[in-house]
Design a protein around this ligand. Structure first.
Ligand SMILES: [Mn+2]
Length: 306
């Protein structure tokens, strides 16, 4: 298993700004970031940048050889969450942006592009992002339409040699102190697997987000159902109510059991801490290594049982 942190968070920590704001200093920012990743003995990293930044970034990352590169889809208008836009012209525009993302990923040596499942107009109260619901199709049409586009995108990614990791979504978010339901597909494992089965492409796999899964059930129970499809993991913790990106071990996730399942299934892909870089970062990395190795107590208990 390859362990990493977000490169774009390292940049934010060191320079106090995003990679999108690097301007002519981009190459310096990247060089420094890879030096830090090497010093931390990490083997993978993920970038989350705007599309025009990615265009420049991919020319720099293609020179990197010792670290596995992951890419998060550019947010905003470029997100696969918008493949369910009501306006077909806007939808096609989103698809074009996603195709460009795949092109740059291939050029830059990124192995996986994490994409979000489609959003929809819930036409019901209690949902987040109500100011933009009108831009989306209602659930049934949103499903049909986004699946069609995802099939196209997966096929495109396949030709470019890039894998798409469809990320499981949280059931709730907290906005200005209010806990609201989320209007998108792919929250529980049944629905996520359903998307994979109807798209039916070897290039569409899963990016498993532990914090998102924890708003549904214990992430160990979640991953047990689909571990063979997981090509990348976002790891962070929370109290089970909504996405919090908390330090590992400070929430309610049973990581010992989560990593036990990864071990038992010989998980050999990537795992990235999806948190800002702070005083907990080193312990987050250390904890992953411990959980992955399995705590000594497990072996001791087994020894006692024998
Ligand atoms: Mn995530």
């Amino acid at each position: 298993m390859k362990i990493g942190v977000f490169a774009t968070e390292i940049i934010r920590k060191i320079y106090g700004k995003s990679l999108d704001e690097a301007g002519p200093l981009m190459r310096d920012f990247i060089k420094k970031t890879f030096k830090v990743l090497n010093e931390l003995k990490l083997d993978c990293t993920e970038f989350s940048v705007k599309l025009d930044t990615l265009e420049k970034l991919c020319k720099i990352t293609r020179e990197v050889s010792n670290i596995t590169l992951l890419l998060h889809e550019p947010g905003g208008e470029c997100s696969a969450a918008n493949l369910s836009y009501l306006d077909s012209e806007e939808r096609k525009h989103v698809l074009e942006k996603l195709k460009a993302t795949v092109d740059y990923a291939a050029a830059g040596g990124f192995t996986v592009v994490t994409v979000h499942p489609a959003s929809y107009n819930p036409r019901a109260p209690g949902y987040a992002y109500s100011d933009v619901h009108y831009k989306y199709l209602e659930p049934r049409e949103a499903w049909e339409t986004s699946i069609k586009y995802l099939k196209y995108l997966a096929n495109y990614a396949s030709r470019k040699g890039v894998l798409l990791g469809l990320e499981n979504m949280p059931t709730a978010v907290c906005i200005k102190g209010k806990v609201l339901k989320t209007p998108h597909f792919g929250k529980d494992c049944e629905e996520l697997l359903k998307i994979l089965s109807v798209v039916n492409s070897e290039s569409l796999k899963i990016t498993l987000d532990t914090g998102h899964a924890n708003t549904v059930c214990q992430p160990a129970d979640y991953i047990e159902e689909l571990v063979d499809r997981v090509i990348h993991i976002h790891i962070h913790d929370n109290d089970g109510r909504y996405d919090q990106h908390a330090p590992l071990g400070t929430g309610i996730i049973d990581f010992n059991r989560f990593f036990k399942i990864l071990r038992e299934n010989n998980y050999s892909n990537t795992i990235v801490v999806e948190r800002k870089i702070d005083e907990f970062t080193l312990s987050d990395i250390e904890k992953i290594k411990q959980w992955w190795r399995a705590p000594k107590s497990i072996y001791l208990n087994k020894f006692k049982e024998a």
